[in-house]
Each structure stands twice: as C-alpha cells, then as structure tokens.
Write a protein that binds this ligand. Sequence first.
Ligand code: GLN
Length: 245
Amino acid sequence: MSGPLRVAVVYPDLLGTYGDGGNGLILARRAEWRGLDVELLQAVSDRPLPEADIYCLGGGEDGPQVRAARTLVDDGTLARRVQGGAVVLAVCAGFQVVGRSFPGADGEPHEGVGLLDIETLKGAGPRAVGEVVAEPEGIEGLPVLTGFENHGGHTMLGEGTVALGRVTAGIGNGDGGRGEGAVAGHVVGTYLHGPVLARNPGLADVLLAWALQGAWLEPLDDSASEGLREERLGTMRRKRLRRRT
Ligand code: GLN
C-alpha cells in the first residue's frame, strides 16, 4: 500500500451515541504498534465522506440513523469504496444502515446503503439490552465474540449472507435463528458494542489484514484485553451455570 492506512470513523456526530468510535482508535493503534503509518479520520456528516481503507460506523438513535443513511446514499463514496475493496465495520444502527432497509422511530422503512443483503424490522417485544456471547461463524479463526447490545430492530439475512456468529447468550439479530451480525466480502455488521474491537482484538486484526491485502501482522501483547475478556466471559459462564442449577 502506498501512503498511510486510512481509517475513517463515519459520522461521529450522528452515530456516536455508544462509544463505537473507539473501534477506529483500536484499529489505528494496533496498526501503529506494528510500525505502520496510519491516518485516523473523523468523518463528520456535513462534509463529503473521505477516501479511506477502513470505514467504521457506530450505533445511534433512530432519527440521526435515518439522516446518516440518507447522507451516505446521497454521498455515494462508501458504496464506491466498498466496490474498490474497502473494509467496513458497522455496529448496531450502522449495521442496519448498511443493509437494504431499516425502520425509523415509528417502524416506517428507510432505504439503507445496500452493502449487506439484510433487512431490519422493528421488533414487537422489548429492546434487546445486555451482554452477548457469540460463537464465531462467518469469519474463520476468531475467538468467541463478546460485547453488549441495545437495539429494538430485528435483522433478517438474505440468501448467501452469513451471520458473524451464533449467540450463546443474548439476542443478536433476533431473527429466531440465534444469528449475530452478518458478513459479506469485507463488510462486517454486528450488534456488539463495547467497543467491539476493544473486546475482540482478534476481529480488529482480521479487518486490518483485509485492508492490508492479507499482510502478515506481528502478534501483539494482548494480555490486558485477554484479562478483560476472561472476566466478562467468566461472568457470563457463571450466570449460565446458575440458571441451570
Ligand atoms: N435504532 C436502532 C435500534 O434500536 C439502533 C440502536 C443502536 O444503535 N443501539 O434497533
């Protein structure tokens, strides 16, 4: 790659409610720690979306989510960059936005960017709120996924779109099949906040490797985040055991 690796946090002014902008920071730091030249861009919604190699979209409220989708569709850069091989990590509202359609505050459908063949509908029951554990499925070689969710939408995957994982705790996509998130090409969608890449550095490295065209990434000392993962996953294991007894 000529020039720095460009990581863009997409519309932090609209999709910044859940701290998912941290995903951009994690990607940038993990690249820098390996001696790579990185540019971390905060791509605000009143400017044209910059050219980047990895785009991170986060969660947000219903109204700003609709604005983010409309602005991204009108801007056109995200869809064009994905055609050109750019990597996307889209979380919660962002996940819904990169699909075909998603509900507004009253359940009315809105057009998404169409990067993933998924459709989100307003769920009838209570919001899915809480810790999630998911066995990875759509990407090979990932350790178990951990994060927390907070959403009202239920997401259905189209034919040929695979889930990122299968929930063993929590709701995930809420499609009745225990799927969590979706993967197609180098576009990954998930309901996991955390930020998800802080809680799952293995996923961060997959996205970096994709953006660097499969370059080998030197292992990092992840003992601190491993300790945190063990703590969170251990709590969930104990909860499950208590429920069984
Ligand atoms: N508004 C969406 C929903 O409730 C996304 C929420 C979020 O980003 N946490 O389903």
